[in-house]
Design a binder for this molecule. Structure first.
Ligand SMILES: O=c1ccn([C@@H]2O[C@H](COP(=O)(O)OP(=O)(O)O[C@H]3O[C@H](CO)[C@@H](O)[C@H](O)[C@H]3O)[C@@H](O)[C@H]2O)c(=O)[nH]1
Ligand SMILES: O=C(O)[C@H](O)COP(=O)(O)O
Length: 320
């Protein structure tokens, strides 16, 4: 109960809206701090170009807030890399960053490789499948970091509709894994984080030095793992939330969300074990039996791997 009260106390002083952080007012606060926007992208040729072009136009050319736009091409089989490059991003292939390491897959891997390849002091992660992107997403997320040196991590919140195949938007219907899995788990085990309304959202910003000190779970466990690990590393008062308005993106199918849910549950389990809060007599299974519409069934692996804190790797390589 005390932790939940802490979340409630945190909410007011650590919440703001994007309108409070106009890009041009933030430029003087940079004082030499460099900002990289990193977009993980797997087969996002239809959206990535517009997002990159908007950042370039509004936050590089019109207002000099962003120093680098980096797209991590996550094994795309479409024209994602070309579209991103044409729009003005630097593009790196996920497998070609730190190529001496055995490659892993998934979104978390793309984010970790993006951190390794980007140069900025502040890293802003933005999903490349957004259909509602505006430059205020980036300025809103960096605002609290530029203005308050004690803030280390800023997470977005927004209204998330579900847009059906008929194009009709159902208000508040999006974020199904968020509502059915992630938020219940956080409220049960890390109630201090209950004030983060969109814990799974792909838009957040942080100082490089803190991101380099935490592990990155591969696949879709990455956002859940980062929230829990950063809470432990920097504490709730160094974390903030900014309302970016609304967010629409490409929805995944229910079976795909089932796999995402499994990855998030395994991430939560790994953190409970690491924090000494559960003692397992055997590890949880990481396979999921899923059924198709034709009654067909198949096993899928929802196990997640983990990259170590980037700083530990750099240190190891320096010592070698
Ligand atoms: O192997 C992958 C999978 C995804 N992505 C990219 O990551 C972003 C988000 O992925 P998406 O498949 O669209 O995820 P969502 O269904 O939108 O899942 C939500 O919930 C996930 C779990 O927390 C978060 O990782 C997502 O950012 C969040 O939008 C997109 O730009 C993808 O192209 C990769 O780069 N590599
Ligand atoms: O964040 C989530 O819960 C997942 O991305 C699913 O989102 P959706 O229900 O809007 O597709």
């Amino acid at each position: 109960m005390r932790a939940l009260a802490k979340a409630q106390e945190w909410y007011g002083p650590h919440s703001s809206t994007a309108a409070e952080w106009p890009a041009d007012a933030l430029v003087p606060a940079k004082e030499g701090t460099t900002i990289s926007v990193v977009l993980p992208a797997r087969d996002e040729e239809s959206t990535v170009g517009d997002i990159v072009a908007a950042i370039r136009r509004d936050l590089v050319e019109r207002t000099p807030l962003v120093d680098e736009i980096l797209v991590v091409d996550s094994n795309s089989t479409d024209a994602t890399a070309e579209r991103a490059r044409e729009a003005g991003a630097r593009v790196v292939a996920q497998a070609e960053v730190l190529p001496h390491l055995p490659p892993l897959t998934g979104k978390g891997e793309a984010l970790w490789k993006g951190l390794a390849a980007a140069t900025g002091d502040i890293i802003v992660y933005i999903d490349a499948d957004l259909r509602s992107f505006g430059a205020h997403y980036v300025s809103g997320l960096v605002g609290p970091l530029l203005v308050n040196r004690d803030t280390h991590f800023v997470k977005a919140t927004y209204e998330r509709p579900y847009i059906g195949s008929d194009g009709v938007a159902q208000q508040g219907g999006g974020g199904r894994v968020t509502e059915l899995v992630a938020r219940p788990l956080l409220n049960m085990f890390w109630p201090e984080l209950a004030g983060f309304a969109q814990p799974l959202g792909g838009e957040y910003a942080a100082r490089r030095e803190v991101l380099e000190q935490v592990p990155f779970v591969t696949e879709y466990g990455v956002e859940f793992g980062l929230l829990v690990d950063l809470l432990q590393l920097v504490g709730l008062d160094a974390m903030a939330q900014v309302d970016l308005g609304h967010r629409t993106h490409t929805h995944q199918s229910i079976p795909a969300l089932g796999r995402m849910a499994g990855q998030i549950m395994l991430t939560a389990w790994s953190r409970l074990e690491r924090q000494g809060r559960v003692l397992a007599s055997e590890p949880p299974a990481h396979t999921l039996l899923q059924f198709g519409l034709e009654g067909d069934a198949g096993l899928v692996d929802v196990g997640v791997a983990e990259r170590p804190p980037l700083a530990s790797l750099v240190l190891e390589e320096d010592l070698a």
